[in-house]
Design a protein around this ligand. Structure first.
Ligand code: COA
Length: 165
């Protein structure tokens, strides 16, 4: 893999997005899981069902050969209806995953950088996320990009990156 190309998510990426969504919930090494496994987790569906609603946005990374390597995305939630890493109606919560065989090769960093640029371009005041204990690769990536731990919920941290207008 010589170069990584990153572009905005398109409707044709929906199947890949769902695949990457499953990886965010089953990030520990283990057998393959399905979307149905994720949707059985309380609150999980609200992150992906009806993808494409206003405020949904994301990026996908591709190899030179056009193979999809990973994706990062975000969705807005409300005080009345939100998931794990919610902090405000105006700050979208992000998700990210890289194909298992491409992890540790800076694809995730590139996706995060481009997702932050996208959020800035859309005038978002920040980005939030939830990272579980033990997911040190993800936590280190977020911290290195300036995300700060703001709340402890169960065995996870909510982290926020404030963005300048
Ligand atoms: C988390 C994830 C998106 C990171 O993407 P990645 O391409 O593997 O990460 P990168 O290679 O860009 O590394 C980013 C940083 O993570 C850290 N990191 C990388 N490999 C690591 C490892 N084996 N152990 C600990 N930290 C590691 C480093 O700080 C690295 O920074 P660097 O680029 O300065 O070296 C990816 O591993 C993944 O898909 N994991 C499963 C899904 C998941 O956990 N999603 C997040 C849920 S909160």
């Amino acid at each position: 893999m010589r170069r990584i190309h990153v572009r905005p998510l398109e409707p044709g990426d929906d199947d890949f997005l769902r695949e990457m969504f499953v990886e965010t919930f089953f990030w520990r090494d283990g057998p393959q899981h399905s979307l149905e496994d994720v949707l059985a987790i309380p609150e999980a569906g609200k992150y992906i069902l009806g993808w494409g609603r206003p405020g949904d946005a994301g990026v996908v990374a591709l190899s030179d050969a056009g193979e999809k390597l990973g994706a990062a995305w975000y969705r807005l939630f409300s005080t009345a209806d939100h998931g794990y890493g919610f902090v405000s109606d105006e700050i979208p919560e992000l998700g990210i995953a890289v194909m298992p065989s491409y992890r540790g090769r800076r694809v995730g960093r590139r996706l995060m950088e481009d997702l932050i640029t996208l959020a800035q371009g859309q005038g978002r005041p920040g980005l939030s996320l939830s990272v579980e204990d033990g997911n040190s690769r993800a936590a280190r990536l977020y911290e290195s990009l300036g995300f700060q731990r703001v709340e402890r919920i169960g065995s996870a941290w909510t982290m926020v990156l404030q963005l300048k207008a």
